[in-house]
Ligand binder design. Structure first.
Ligand code: KDG
Length: 316
């Protein structure tokens, strides 16, 4: 596998109209979840990707597993479990693409995913293990040790460890997130953090201060994602500022960070320069926000190449 990730996924109820959810009468049933989106994004770019999870043994669980399979994601470590309904989220989307999410996932089927299920054979031949704070937050007593075990087994087999803090304050408090994420940071190689998350972790919004604070860890690469303002990366003492890529339209910003990460991991695995990785990731983020849904806008490699002007777009 090129990329292995662990996490929950939910049925995602996407509103058909914008504005406060109490006035929304119709939703489209889609699927979402940070690590699930990342897996789809990587698979669409052509990476061999595995998503480790647990879903309810119900219609929604089958829908999500089939969706991942249809995208070419390896679901051999996804099990459908009895007694735990598949999680659900309802989204509220405003004009401009922002919004809020309401989770119904307090007893996610991933509570049944225990350390015993994570063994060395999963990581054999793997290249990157991607972890996010969402899975850790869902059940921190169980999932933080599970993530630590996965990191240890993955590192033993030479995988690179990538972390997106993906801090969801509906799932844990800032202090809890900070403590757990800083605790695993010494084992991480690539840190891909949103600006607000970096502020929670490092008490600063100044990229230079954040990079300086990161220098005490053994991080190979640190990336600060700043949405419509672009991104900044730091590697081997070099800082690269990547200007934003203008999105033709912004209809739903959810999933842009996962698309960014997928592009970054793809570029990393291709051996691209930091500058190119950041530019391609910004480009993918700008493509994701133009489509409604958490992962529908994640592009295929061909779409990215067309967007970058490296491939001709043939309309008909
Ligand atoms: O990163 C996007 C995800 O956040 C979204 O698809 C679902 O809110 C979600 C989550 O926490 O996984």
């Amino acid at each position: 596998m090129d990329v292995i990730t662990i996490g929950d996924a939910m049925v995602s109820m996407q509103p058909q109209t914008k504005g406060p959810m109490r006035f929304v009468n119709a939703f489209d049933r889609k699927a979402g979840g940070a690590e699930f989106n990342l897996a789809i994004g990587c698979a669409r770019l052509g990476l061999r990707t595995m998503w480790i999870s647990r879903l309810g043994n119900d219609e929604f669980g089958r829908f999500i597993r089939n969706f991942a399979r249809g995208e070419g994601v390896d679901t051999s470590q996804v099990k459908l479990v009895d007694g735990y309904p598949t999680s659900v989220q309802f989204k509220e989307v405003y004009e401009g693409g922002g919004g809020r999410t309401f989770y119904y996932r307090s007893n996610s089927p991933t509570v049944t995913l225990t350390e015993e299920a994570i063994d060395a054979s999963i990581f054999k031949g793997g290249r990157v293990l991607h972890i996010t704070g969402v899975f850790m937050a869902l059940d921190k007593e169980k999932n933080v040790p599970l993530v630590k075990k996965a990191i240890r087994l993955a590192k033993d087999q030479g995988l690179l460890i990538s972390l997106d803090p993906n801090i969801r304050l509906k799932l844990w408090r800032k202090e809890e997130a900070r403590e757990a994420l800083l605790d695993i940071l010494p084992e991480v190689d690539l840190l891909l953090a949103g600006m607000e998350e970096a502020e929670i972790l490092f008490d600063s919004v100044d990229a230079d201060v954040i990079f300086e604070k990161c220098s005490r860890f053994e991080l190979t690469s640190v990336v600060l994602k700043d949405g419509g303002n672009g991104s900044t990366g730091w590697e081997n003492g070099e800082k690269v500022i990547a200007p934003p890529v203008k999105a033709p339209s912004v209809v739903d910003t959810v999933g842009a960070g996962d698309g960014f990460d997928a592009g970054y991991l793809y570029g990393w695995l291709q051996g691209w320069s930091l500058e190119k990785r950041l530019h391609v990731s910004n480009t993918i983020g700008s493509m994701v926000v133009g489509v409604s849904g958490d992962n529908e806008g994640l592009p295929y490699l061909e779409d990215v190449l067309i967007k970058l002007g490296e491939k001709e777009f043939i309309e008909r």
